[in-house]
Design a protein. Sequence first.
Lengths: 258, 216
Amino acid sequence: MKQPDAPAGPAAATRELIRFDQVTKRFGDHTVLDRLGFSVDAGKHVTLIGPSGSGKTTILRLLMTLAKPDEGTITVAGRQLFPAGEKQIREIRKDIGMVFQQFNLFPNMKVLRNITEAPVTVLGLSKDEAEERARELLDLVGLGDHVDKYPGQLSGGQQQRVAIARALAMRPQVLLLDEVTSALDPELVAGVLDVLRDIARSTDITMLCVTHEMNFARDISDEVLMFDSGRVIESGSPDKIFNDPEHARTREFLSAVL
Amino acid sequence: MTWDWNAVRDFMPHFWDGLLVTLQALALGSLISFALGLVWAVLMRTPTRWVRWPVGIVTEFVRDTPLLVQLFFLFYVLPEWGLTFSALTTGVVAIGLHYSTYTMQVYRAGIDAVPAGQWEAATALSLSPWRTWTAVILPQAIRRVVPALGNYVIAMLKDTPMLMAITVLDMLGEARLFSQQHFQFTEPLTVIGVAFVLIAYPASLLLRALERRLVR
């Protein structure tokens, strides 16, 4: 599956797609993100690791416009996401897809309609086009023969794969993955991760991934960002972070989870 | 006290007329209260307080004043402002409006029970507010509250005799008219009492069946 908007080749590899500048987010007295700055180039797969409560999920939620920062600027493909007007936010939102920890499929719609609803009503695809796209994506995630089921009839792992297909059906430039295997029974994790590995390999979609699956992070990441107390304390290739971390907090964290 | 079957026989034609009026008032009143209550509930979730405040004040006012007062107000005061409707229309509107302030709270509970993740998924997919409400939130919310709405239909049924106060000849109105003309009270009042049970009991059975199917 090609992303039509993102030019292929080496030029694409250096195009900056996401930038956080001095971003602060507080919940009450608790500062979750503290003047955070980082950027992600188009087509890169970036994994955010770090202890719970270090602000990783908040970063994804800010990008998906599910929360607003208190200070700072966020830019997506050269357009400011914050601060910005509602119209600009709506435009940028279409370029971003998200897969949630709890799947969040619409239980009142069959699998196929879960996937076609947004392409039809938001992108203006015809029902036939949207269904064709949905069936291709369901084949990709290995659920081609489940189109007529309701989410409640599927296992957690199957639901999460439908959720991945649903996000991809909007052909976003960026895919946000928020602990997508944390709510799954252990035996279902591998199937979901395999699908994501496949997508990481075969598309040039930009991925931002919060996960506790360190092997998965090592496999798919171009870059790993280590978070602690709302800041990036260390970043680098997976090789460097996992094999030769500089920061004591990183070593501590990795020895606890690996 | 003697029971006179002839009185029952004489009353029946009037009874059917009254039953028809009662059922009309109930059906239309229910429809209005379901539709209007949904509108109130959704308006109460709009981000602008200039919508929420007036809706909140008006519905609170309607909920906290007696239906009978509202019936009299609509029936006797509106014509002074040049608005004249038939007694039945006025009664149906009053019942529908009054009960919409209850059904709105039922809908609100249903909307609140839809998990936050559903709203977030709708945002992540860029669904419009209209699609978010009509395709995602309301189908899930309404499914949960159908039994609770049904309870208000039965409550409304039992409030329809109040329409008699504004000259509508519902079942009770017909019974009272017949009684006054024939000085026989037992038979017509018993007949309509039985009729209320015969409508309300199957309705509540139906509701319980619906509840088992819809609420898992």
